[in-house]
Every structure is written in structure tokens, then in C-alpha cells.
Design a protein around this ligand. Structure first.
Ligand code: ADP
Ligand code: MG
Length: 765
């Protein structure tokens, strides 16, 4: 196939039309794309003119009918398992009852029948190593039948446990290659599902010696800890409650870019973000993208994604344009936390696949483009009971509301005590670009309660037991919080700058990054809340044992907690400089260096908290931090290499070429005109020639310095020190080199510029 002779990317998009394609390229002059990406040019042309939306085949059934089609949920269990096995399995799922081998065989056989009926040939333990992604190794069902033939087999043993090689996953030194065994073990609380021809079994992933090598293990332990601690506190109010659930409703933000343009950006390809690119003249200033009409190509992608998500049992509900151009959001209905985390991991891989079928690439990076909003993953979190109570929602009676206030205040106290840890739980090399920039929460964790709830807490703090006890009500007492019912789910009072905001019946943790595993934030939050609720109970019980009535005992501990946790409450503008000063005065964690923020995981109070709640041991925490520092270093290292290569191989040569043209022009002008006129005519060119030289020199020198800084950092053995060196010496150079490249982008002839620009990446579809 012959491609049109046009360097489209190097050509002002606005002058393109169907008829001049093929005519405007300079003949016989090999270009960047002629040399390496002829096919790409064709796709870029399509991108420039807007591809047609892919037609999405609507299922013949209604969503309620195809929902969870590929999930072995309770309905399928009932259908494929004998009644006694079904009941036992439900006991395992709901109550953590042990799972014996015989039963596992029966369950496996039922799952196999179901899977085979859907054409499945393979199975895989599906787990979440410390890489931010998921891992899977597929095995076919096939086994020898002993007579020279094959049978399809799937035993309980294969369902329940496997031994993947643990040494090739990040493990922070827990796994040595000579002792590579790790175990993956089935998590029955998250149902098995089918992707393509493979049965996926959600599992935990642990080392031979028992340490967690994944996110799911500590997440499940943190959920157990919250359940225990919250149940005890709940029993002060509702003795009939048997279980407390943690709920998570995530909101996933993402960008879409056309795959043709994506392919022409080695930085996007290799690092997930643009390491250079001058701001587009128009980006999000007009605020015309947020909630705007969704472009047809994107709607098609969303529809397709939603159908496939629903088939996997992911209850997707909301879709809309986000603030930045080409930025979108998807949110499901909230679910039990463990399942919600798994669903988010499934969704992210689904998004990547579906996007490709629509000629897009999805960018889940926290900050793909400078100067426009980055992407987060708001984690809406709350506790609820098996009896249907929402523990973070106000109720109708004073008792309900005291319970509500109890859970809110303890949550605030937990967030106050561990604000540094919560920040560490969401921090990464990528998310560091987002936090503290003027669009996402600042790099200081604080909590917004809104006017009404703040007043309730203030009033409670000021009141005394005596005045309460005199008011009529249950046990001769009515609580002085009658206004609370008016609070009901009032969402109007909002503060977008707050990282941890109360939103009517839940807290919304807004700092998590778009690409990260939600589990990381949830492990920290659940464990901190579990610790605090347990401490609360100890304190209240001590008062009761010393003769105090239950309600006054609860109230007096709450009063102290309200006072003590006050520094975490902040309803003002989180972006302001005054807040940074004020937060430091209040003793909140204001550190901004990513490697130093990770230190929060190893503070004595953090280790004590994780050990007391049984979520993680010191050894696990230390290992995980090694992984965090190492990952940070590697990410920055890759970015520095890519930027260095692009600067030297793409930018400098092109800038120099353009500079030569200017020199040539100036030279000829002086030949053509008398000296005085020539000097007037060439003044502008000479200025540009000098500017290009200055930028080029800066870039060359700093790329060399950056290589040197890396060499120095690479010699450091200690992972923490190395990450700090990368943070302190390499990261600033990424920014300064970029600045000069972006300035060149404004000067150099548009036709020569070798990379798609922001105005193309962010607007063409
Ligand atoms: P917004 O963008 O206004 O914050 P969305 O509607 O996009 O809100 O998302 C809100 C998310 O919070 C949804 O996933 C929703 O299911 C979830 N959510 C609602 N109530 C609760 C709750 N009690 N606990 C946890 N999540 C909740
Ligand atoms: Mg939100």
C-alpha cells in the first residue's frame, strides 16, 4: 500500500483537508516517519480527521440479564453445586468457615462444568503483586487419562493452591531466588470469573515463610480487623449486629488518546506520561469539558466497556467527561471493599483492552499531561452492618445519631493519628505530580466535614454530661443533638480541595491515584480505624467499669477525641499557601518528597498499629518499603533515560536543523542586501538562532549532568538513600530540561517538530 507523501504530524493540522493530502509533502525527502513509521502516518491522518465511532454490538438481553454472565456467583453456585456443598461454601464465604479438601474437589468440579459450558479451556490463579497490576499464569485443564488420551481436569487442589515462582515479583528481599517458592491461595470471598478462554481465580499471594507478597492478603486482614473492632463498638448501640462490612465505591478517572498519536510519542509509550510538550493555547480554561457532551467515539468505547464490565459483575453506573480535555470518569455502585478492589483491578485491564478495539489508548497515569488536571481514583469509604445500618450515615433517632457521631469521630481520630501514613499509602512517583498541584488534594491529609456536621461536633464538645442527663429521653436522657437528622445526605456543601471529605453517608478519600491499587489506601485506612475503634472501646469500658453509665461514658470519650483530633479538621482552601503554614503549625505531615513520605510506614506508631491489628508485621512493612523505594527509583530512572534519548535524538537534531535554515537565510540575506538593510532584515533570525543555541546548550549540558547524577545515585546500595538521591538530584532536571524543550517547541518550525503536540493529543479524535 502506498502512503500519501505527507508528513502529517509535522504539518499544521488546520491546513489539512482531504484534497491536499498527498500533495503537500516535500518530495523525495526522507523524514522521521518515512524512515521508521510509514504506517503510522496513515493512522495519524485518520486521527486528524476524526475516526468513525466503532459500532458496538448491543447484547440482545437487558443488563439485568447479562449482569455477571462470566462470574461464578451465588446463582451459579446454586445451579452447579449440590445443596450441602452450596451451603458449606456460603458458610466459607460469609463466615470464614474452613474449606476441606473433599469439599474443594466438589466445588472445583462444579466450577469446571460451568466454565466448560462457556468454552473455557484454561484456568489461572489471579493475584495482585506489588506492581500495581495483576498477575496470572494460565494452565490448561488437560491431563493424561492413562490410556494415551487426554481428559479435562480441574481438582480442588488446583483451585485452592498453587506455587508460582515468587522471586520474579517485587518482594523487597523476602524472596531470594534460591528459595523462590511462593503460594497463591484461593480467596473464596471474591468469586471466580472468566476472561476470554480462562477461568480466573482470585487469590492471595504469600511467601513460603508466610509473609504477604501482594495487596489482597493485608487487605483481607484489615477488613477482618475493622469488622472485629467496629462490631464491638456497634454493640454499644445495636447488640443484634453480627458483622460489619467495609464498603468502597471508587471513581476511576482516565484519559483517552488516539492510538496513532500515542504511537508517535515514545514518552507516552514507555512511561505513560508526556515528558515534554508545551501547553496547548486552549486546554481546560473554558471549563467546557466537564460534564460536556461525550464525543461519539468515546461513547462507543464507554458502551462497550460497560457491557463487558457488567458481564464481569462490575456494577458500573456513572460515566461523564472530566475537567481536562480527553479526560473521563467511570464509577460503579459501591460494593464490599475486597470485591470492589478486585473489580477495579479487572476494570483497569478491561479498559486497556477495550480502548484498543476503538483505536484509543487509555492513559491511567496520574499525570499524563502537564498543565491540565491529572487523574485520581476517589475512594468512597464507609462501614455498614449485616442488619443494614450505615454506620457513617446519620439516622432518625438520637441513639442512631450518637452511633453515627461515634463512628465519624473515631474515623477522624484515626485519620489524625495516621495522616502521614495515609499520605504514604497513596504516594508514588506518578501521584507525586498530582498531589500538591492545583487540581488534586494537597500533599497534606486533612478532613472536610461541612458546616452542619462541624457544628454538631462543636456542640457536643462544649456540652457536659450533666446538662444532657437532665433532658428527658431513653434512660432519663435525651442527647443534645436533635439537628442531626437535617444533615441527611446533604451533598451541596462540598470542598473539592479536601483529601478526605465527609459526603453525607461516607468519607471520600480523594488522594488515591488513578493507576494505583485501591487496596493500598484501604489497608491503611481500615487498619487505622480498627486500631482507633479498639482504643475507644478500651477507654469507654474502663469508664463503665469504674461505675459510669454507658452513654455518658461514650460521650465523655467522644468529647476528648473531638478536641484531640481537631487539627485534622479543615474546611478552608487546601490549595492555599496559608494552609501549608497552618498545617505545619498543627503538626500535620507536610513532607512532599515521595521517598521520605514512605518513612511513615516504619514509624514506631505505624508498626505498632499494623502489628496490633494483625494486618502486617514489621518484616512485611520493611520489605514493602524496599519495594516502594526501588520502584520509585526505577520509574524516575526510566523517565530520565527516555527524556535524555528524546532530547538528544529527536529534539536537538531538529532544533539544529531549523537553526541551520535560519543561518542560511541570514547568510543569503546579507549577500542580497546592503549591510544596513540586511542587518535589519536578519535581526529576528539572529535572535532566534541565538535562542535555539542557548536552549540546545542547556539541554545538552543538563542531559549530561542528569546521566552523571544517575551514575552517582546508582552506586548507592541502600534503596532508601538511592530513591532520595533520585528525588533530589534527577527529578528536578527532568523539569528543567523539559522547560527548554517546551520553549524550543514554540520556536522551531511546526513542520519539523517530531512529536505530536498537546493540541493534537488532547483534541483530535
Ligand atoms: P461524585 O463524583 O459526586 O463524588 P459519584 O456519583 O461519581 O460521586 O461517585 C460516588 C461513589 O460513591 C459511587 O461509587 C457510589 O456508589 C459511592 N457511594 C455512595 N454511597 C456510598 C457509601 N455509603 N459507601 C461507600 N461508597 C458509597
Ligand atoms: Mg467524587
Amino acid at each position: 500500500m502506498k502512503f500519501p507523501q505527507i508528513r502529517l504530524l509535522l504539518h499544521p493540522i488546520s491546513t489539512l483537508s482531504e484534497k491536499n493530502i498527498g500533495k503537500t509533502g516535500k518530495k523525495n525527502e526522507p523524514t522521521y516517519y518515512d524512515n521508521i513509521m510509514p504506517k503510522l502516518r496513515f493512522r495519524v491522518i485518520e486521527a486528524a480527521f476524526g475516526k468513525k465511532a466503532v459500532e458496538v454490538k448491543q447484547p440482545s438481553q437487558r443488563p439485568t440479564e447479562y449482569f455477571a454472565k462470566y462470574v461464578f456467583n451465588r446463582a451459579k453456585m446454586q445451579q452447579y453445586l449440590a445443596p450441602d456443598i452450596y451451603n458449606k461454601l456460603i458458610d466459607v464465604i460469609d463466615n470464614g468457615a474452613p474449606l476441606d479438601r473433599d469439599m474443594a474437589d466438589e466445588v472445583a468440579s462444579g466450577i469446571k462444568s460451568w466454565a466448560i459450558s462457556l468454552g473455557v479451556t484454561h484456568y489461572s490463579h489471579w493475584f495482585q503483586p506489588l506492581t500495581e497490576g495483576t498477575a496470572e499464569k494460565h494452565d490448561a485443564f488437560v491431563e493424561h487419562d492413562g490410556n494415551g488420551g487426554m481428559i479435562e481436569e480441574f481438582s480442588g487442589k488446583l483451585l485452592v493452591q498453587q506455587e508460582p515462582d515468587a522471586s520474579s515479583f517485587p518482594n523487597g528481599g523476602i524472596r531470594n531466588t534460591f528459595e523462590a517458592r511462593g503460594y497463591s491461595a484461593w480467596d473464596p470471598s471474591s468469586p471466580v470469573f472468566i476472561v476470554d478462554d480462562t477461568l480466573c481465580i482470585p487469590t492471595v499471594f504469600i511467601a513460603y515463610t508466610g509473609e504477604a507478597l501482594d495487596y489482597k492478603t493485608p487487605l483481607l486482614k484489615s477488613l477482618r480487623a475493622v469488622n472485629q473492632a467496629a462490631l464491638d463498638v456497634c454493640h454499644y448501640f445495636n447488640p443484634e449486629v453480627k458483622k460489619v462490612f467495609t464498603y468502597l465505591g471508587w471513581e476511576q478517572e482516565y484519559f483517552l488518546v488516539d492510538e496513532g498519536l500515542y504511537a508517535a510519542r515514545p514518552d507516552l509509550l514507555l512511561t505513560g506520561r508526556t515528558l515534554m510538550g508545551h501547553e496547548s493555547s486552549k486546554n481546560q480554561q473554558l471549563e467546557d469539558h466537564y460534564f460536556g457532551a461525550i464525543p461519539p467515539r468515546v461513547v462507543a468505547f464507554m458502551k462497550d466497556l460497560e457491557i463487558k464490565s457488567l458481564e464481569l459483575g462490575i456494577p458500573v453506573k456513572t460515566r461523564h467527561n472530566e475537567v481536562a480535555p480527553n479526560q473521563f470518569e467511570l464509577a460503579p455502585i459501591y460494593e464490599e471493599c475486597n470485591l470492589a478492589v478486585d473489580h477495579n483491578m479487572q476494570l483497569m485491564s478491561l479498559m486497556r483492552n477495550v480502548a484498543r478495539n476503538h483505536g484509543f489508548r487509555v492513559l491511567l497515569h496520574e499525570k499524563p499531561f502537564k498543565g491540565v488536571n491529572g487523574s485520581g481514583k476517589h475512594n468512597n469509604w464507609s462501614l455498614g452492618t449485616d442488619t443494614g445500618l450505615q454506620l457513617h450515615a446519620p439516622g432518625k433517632t438520637p441513639e442512631d445519631n450518637l452511633r453515627f457521631v461515634t463512628f465519624v469521630v473515631n474515623t477522624l481520630m484515626a485519620v489524625y493519628r495516621h495522616n502521614g501514613l495515609l499520605k504514604a499509602s497513596i504516594m508514588s512517583a506518578n501521584n507525586a505530580h498530582r498531589l500538591g498541584a492545583n487540581e488534586a488534594p494537597p500533599a497534606i491529609i486533612s478532613s472536610f466535614l461541612g458546616k452542619q456536621l462541624s457544628e454538631v461536633l462543636d456542640r457536643l464538645e462544649m456540652s457536659s454530661n450533666d446538662e444532657l442527663v437532665n433532658i428527658e429521653g431513653k434512660r432519663g436522657m435525651k442527647l443534645d443533638i436533635p439537628q442531626i437528622p437535617e444533615l441527611l445526605i446533604d451533598n451541596t456543601d462540598r470542598n473539592r480541595t479536601s483529601p478526605f471529605a465527609f459526603t453525607g453517608n461516607r468519607f471520600e478519600f480523594r488522594a488515591p491515584g488513578s493507576e494505583g491499587n485501591c487496596a493500598s489506601a484501604m489497608i491503611a485506612l481500615n487498619s487505622a480505624v480498627a486500631e482507633q475503634l479498639a482504643d475507644f472501646k478500651t477507654e469507654v469500658d474502663a469508664l463503665i467499669n469504674s461505675g459510669e453509665e454507658k452513654i455518658p461514658a461514650i460521650l465523655s470519650v467522644l468529647r476528648r477525641l473531638i478536641k484531640e483530633s481537631k487539627p485534622i479538621r479543615f474546611d478552608g482552601n487546601g490549595y492555599s499557601d496559608e494552609w501549608k503554614t497552618e498545617a505545619a503549625r498543627r503538626g500535620l505531615d507536610c513532607e512532599t518528597s515521595c521517598p521520605l513520605i514512605f518513612d511513615n510506614y516504619l514509624k514506631p506508631e505505624t508498626v505498632a498499629m499494623f502489628e496490633q491489628t494483625g494486618v502486617m508485621t514489621r518484616k512485611e512493612l520493611e520489605a514493602r518499603n524496599e519495594v516502594k523505594w526501588e520502584t520509585y527509583t526505577k520509574k524516575i530512572q526510566i523517565e530520565a533515560r527516555v527524556l535524555g534519548d528524546l532530547a538528544m535524538n529527536h529534539i536537538i537534531p531538529v532544533a539544529t536543523k531549523y537553526q541551520s535554515e535560519l543561518i542560511d537565510n541570514a547568510y543569503r540575506t546579507t549577500k542580497l542586501f546592503p549591510a544596513e538593510k540586511a542587518s535589519w532584515l536578519t535581526a529576528k533570525n539572529i535572535g532566534l538562532i541565538e535562542q535555539i543555541a542557548e536552549h540546545n546548550n542547556f539541554i545538552e549540558e543538563n542531559v549530561a549532568c542528569m546521566i552523571q547524577a544517575r551514575k552517582v545515585a546508582n552506586r548507592i546500595e541502600n534503596e532508601r538513600e538511592k530513591a532520595i538521591a533520585y528525588h533530589d538530584t534527577v527529578t528536578p532536571m527532568l523539569e528543567s530540561i523539559r522547560y527548554h524543550i517546551d520553549e524550543l517547541e514554540l520556536i522551531v518550525d511546526n513542520q519539523m517538530w517530531p512529536l505530536p503536540k498537546y493540541r493534537e493529543l488532547l483534541f483530535i479524535r
